[in-house]
Ligand binder design. Structure first.
Ligand code: SF4
Length: 288
């Protein structure tokens, strides 16, 4: 089934080129070419989403696995993802779906929501868009989110927070909870390791904190973002947004293009946790 779907948030800018406003990269895309996320394509002067209705993974997971520890705890959540990502983190823990073109099957928003309803007797509380970056699945996530809210189930995004303000404002009325990755607290890390900008993610966190339940994940990578100073600065800043924001500090394992870095020592994670608890009321250690 051909599920290419006309994209939201782009302008035609002459010579059949388009500019995409879905995420802060604001790609200018020539006809026949893809954006940086590799899932939005300019076809004859119109931008299309290539992953609309394409699912690579679907599973009924404990909600704590998202991770969300302080939202509907103890319940399960139907978790779905597609392919594509708008950051290029060399440590990506989900690279097979984020940066490859894996096998997909087709599903409509209606079918996905019906599946979520079928699993309610098993303890399902809603749908989580996860596994790859949901903001580059925007049109499908948006259409499905409207339907989920009509059922009364919960709608969850597990995201890198790299999304422009306008699409976020349009989607967030249909979102109950988010887990946003804060990949580090330095511009240089975002620029060099993820090919993005810290400030854009901070803006998403500030906005989301006012609109829905919010938890943050920091993957602590030895030698790269694990200094107590950085953990302290990140926690202090999160606390200035709200001391009740939940922070998950999770253990890194070598993956993708970062196979030469050792897993995070338990002691590093525990020290980071102690530091974060000076500023935040809820800190959890993960992957240990
Ligand atoms: S969503 Fe994709 S095409 Fe659009 S600006 Fe971001 S990376 Fe570029």
């Amino acid at each position: 089934m051909n599920t290419e779907k006309s994209a939201m948030f782009f302008n035609k800018i002459g010579d059949l080129k388009v500019e995409c406003f879905l995420c802060p990269h604001n790609c200018v895309i020539k006809p026949g070419k893809l954006g940086l996320c590799r899932v939005r394509k300019n076809i004859k002067g119109t931008l299309y989403s290539l992953n609309y209705g394409k699912v690579t993974s679907i599973a009924l997971d404990p909600i704590e696995k998202k991770p969300l520890n302080n939202f509907k705890s103890g319940s399960l959540i139907l978790s779905a993802g597609t392919f594509g990502c708008n950051l290029k983190c060399s440590f990506c823990q989900n690279w097979t779906v984020a940066h490859e073109r894996p096998v997909c099957y087709d599903i409509s928003p209606e079918k996905l929501v019906n599946k979520a309803l079928e699993f309610v007797p098993d303890g399902n509380t809603g749908i989580a868009f996860t596994y790859n970056e949901p903001s580059v699945w925007y049109e499908f996530v948006y259409d499905t989110s409207i339907l989920i809210k009509e059922t009364g189930l919960s709608n969850v995004l597990v995201t890198n927070g790299y999304i422009d303000k306008r699409p976020l404002e349009k989607l967030i009325p249909f979102v109950d909870a988010m887990n946003i990755d804060l990949k580090a607290y330095t511009n240089s890390f975002y620029k060099d390791v993820c090919k993005g900008y810290l400030n854009n993610v901070k803006e998403t966190i500030q906005f989301a904190a006012k609109k829905c339940h919010l938890e943050i994940t920091m993957l602590v990578i030895p030698g790269l973002n694990d200094s107590i100073e950085d953990i302290s600065l990140a926690s202090k800043w999160l606390s200035s947004v709200s001391p009740d924001i939940v922070l998950h500090l999770t253990r890194f394992f070598p993956n993708y293009k970062m196979k030469d870095v050792l897993p995070t020592p338990r002691e590093t994670l525990e020290n980071a946790g102690e530091e974060a608890l000076k500023y935040l009321n809820h800190v959890y250690l993960g992957n240990i």
